[in-house]
Ligand binder design. Sequence first.
Ligand code: SAM
Length: 276
Amino acid sequence: MIKPGQLVMLVSPKGKRYFRILNPEEIINTNDGQLQMQNIMEKGFGSTLDTHLGRTYTVFKPTLYDLIKSVKRRTQIIYPKDIGYIIVKLGIGPGSKVIESGSGSGALTTALAWFVGDQGKVYSYERREEFASLCQKNLQQNGLSGRVENIHKDISTGFDQTNVDALFLDVRTPWDYLEHIPGALLPGGPVGFLLPTTNQVSELLAAMEKGPFTSVEVLEILVRRYKPVPERLRPDDRMVAHTGYLIFARLKTETAPEAPVDDPVEYEVEGDEFDC
Ligand SMILES: C[S@@+](CC[C@H](N)C(=O)[O-])C[C@H]1O[C@@H](n2cnc3c(N)ncnc32)[C@H](O)[C@@H]1O
């Protein structure tokens, strides 16, 4: 039994996905006919049910991956492979307060909102009205809008918050806004950027060298999918070769000494021999 108010994902015979918040009084209109929400609630996750035209749909509890992939896009979005690392590097978890810009279509906003929980907050800045409302609409569809403050504002005038736990910029010229970061982010806090070209990365790094940033890391994340056929297991013929470069750093106080470049192998671990 699924409770009213829960978000469900319905998958059509052709693989089209519908996301709905359940209300037992309502009907879902699909390309294949109508589904009663009451029936979906009674059948539960993992079950199948037929529309009034006899087409079979499957009911799932959506994962964050499903939600990100379902975001209605009118801008480039950040993909799950990059979002996973962003969340870990920025230390986003229940109760986190985080600033991001721009909101764009709200793919990253969705993930941040998912992880900050009901006690946390995402402050999402966007200078174009149509994208600020698109982001808000996508969040409403996923039931996450209560965790996000959508701020329709150009970040060239700075951020309204102070002492947030983390900050992420997905804008074309992030070096123009570095001066506003120290006033908004907790000292020592993590900051991240996504940029599509190496020229932009170089420009950002040059600007960061002049500012209060340390432990700088630049990377990209490549995912290679495999055809899931047990007797002929091999990679897919095509892969997405490029989405964007990720840049991370820590905000240092003016007096803090320069920390070495963030090298994952430099982390101290207990014991360096493993028997499994
Ligand atoms: C690539 S999109 C962001 C996509 C978003 N991260 C996502 O995952 O859906 C970049 C957005 O940044 C916004 N933007 C660019 N410069 C900005 C600025 N100075 N202040 C606020 N928003 C800005 C653009 O309008 C655009 O919507």
